[in-house]
Design a protein around this ligand. Sequence first.
Ligand SMILES: Nc1ncnc2c1ncn2[C@@H]1O[C@H](COP(=O)(O)OP(=O)(O)OP(=O)(O)O)[C@@H](O)[C@H]1O
Length: 602
Amino acid sequence: MKALASCIWGLFRLCMSGPGGKAGLVCFGGVLALNLAGVYVNVRLIAWYAAFYNALQKMDASAALTQIGVFLILIALASALALLAIWVRKIGIMHWRGALTSAMLDAWLNSRAHWRLAHGGQPDNHIDNPDQRIAEDCEIFVRRLLSEALDVITMVVGLFTYFSVLWSLSTFSLPLGFIGLDVEIPRYMVWAAPIYVLLSSLVTHVLGARLMKLNMEQQHREADFRYALSRLREASSAVSLQAGEPAERRILDQRFSRIVDNWRYLIRREFIVGCFIRPYMMSTMRLPLFLAAPAYFAGNVALGGLMQLNVAFQQVTQTMSWFIFSYHDLAEFVSAARRLNGFRVRVGEAAGASSGIALTHGDVDQLETRGLSLTSPHGGVIARIPDFTISRGETVWLRGASGRGKSTLFKALAGMWRYGEGKVVCPSGRAMFLPQHPYLPLGDLHQAAVYPASLLAEGELPKPGERAFTVAQAEALLQAVGLGGRAATWAPAAAETGCARGHCIAHAGPQGLSGGEQQRLMLARVLAAAADWVFLDEATSALDQQAERELFQLLRQRLPGATLVIVTHRPPPLPGPVRTIDLTWPEPEEAGQVAVFRVATA
Ligand SMILES: Nc1ncnc2c1ncn2[C@@H]1O[C@H](COP(=O)(O)OP(=O)(O)OP(=O)(O)O)[C@@H](O)[C@H]1O
């Protein structure tokens, strides 16, 4: 319980510390005030019952007519307060959700925690479906936090008010002569309400305890299914080419059947809980009438008083029944809070985890590695790298058989790979690493060409310190790498994806460009970044030799002082001297089955 409270408190602080935190708090205060005003209107309504039914009993038509007018005013007021409260509550949710989502995105993206959790993490550090946690759980947490917290406060205030009304009305006692006892229970209507609710809460908790776990599991399985669907959408060309639809269908069916399995348990449990809650809800409407009937027949209370008592009793039981009625919502809230907190903790651990590889950034013109050894997250050695130095302006070909650790070495140089030991001294200047698999961001082709820099809209100026390009500059880059004019004929899916500038790649996905064209696009980014240190991981593997030669020449011509470190399986066709760092198998007696880099100059 203490752990749950501290996890909710920690998440609440994130809601408060974000940009919309204070505005959310103002909304919270506003809804609270509106809810309390609603309690006041309810108390007036309770009093109205006595006045109206007494007028009916006395056959006083004009008093009854007046009370109908009062009723209309009270109902209009109650409705206005409730609608306004819903509206302000939703504004508050928007502010706090924005703050919480922003905090979660910061945690996930900062310090490359998203990569470490997905690829470089230990199995026990793995976290499932971060997208669900950020997109869905933040919303559930904030929506439920606001509604449940407000309900609790309104409930406590309302309870005192309704209780005092009930106390003042239940002046009569219940003689227990009908069961042979010579005692009377004074104000028995007052005691009946909490006893009834407490017993019912206990039953609800016993019946519904499993709901919380089942809800959590359901959301987990739903997210797994969604993930499988989105993977299929991304890889639809590859699946289609391999006629993999039946296999995909099997995977999707498996995941969906897991949803259905848990769903069955969930429905069953909800049914069991419902079997108690539904009659309970309906009985609270009539129970007070039955309980107060002896007093009415004994002449202790008039018809108006009986109706007033009925409503006061209902208000007390309904207010106290908050726990019962909110059981499902509370279960959802607790599940979301636990998942979000787990995500936050894991992301924090991943971001703060120390690296065995010491990476220092010096004001030097050379990249140096000393005693570098790369291991897998589980500790197995991937490659031992002999010390090497690469100077500014050099062209280096890093070659080696598949799986020898070339990409892992790049990740270590980029500061991502932290498994292993040794020292890397990074030089000054801008570095750019092009991954083996091209990445196309959501947006249009011009945006993709300058990624990760920004693309300026017409008339927009770059923010201070921001690297940004105009559409004309981006088009010139596309032109340089042989993709001139492609942006204009790009996948016409703008309306579906909601892109601002028209020609989006989001809908078409990477399939909209051939493999070679995607690699041309990546090289446009190197030109855009004007990087001093360029690391290309098989970045031209899909190009024909002529195109490869032309693009390398372009790189050298546009970035004459840059260092190019190139991983390819064939010699890069570059003008000028190219130094080779060669990956070969060591002699077994030298280094077992461990890959070693040999530095040589070609
Ligand atoms: N996250 C990881 N967890 C465990 N092992 C990994 C991980 N990433 C890479 N490896 C292993 O490290 C080894 C080197 O992989 P790497 O991708 O660096 O090879 P490579 O030389 O770039 O290969 P290729 O030329 O085929 O691209 C492989 O055996 C691979 O399975």
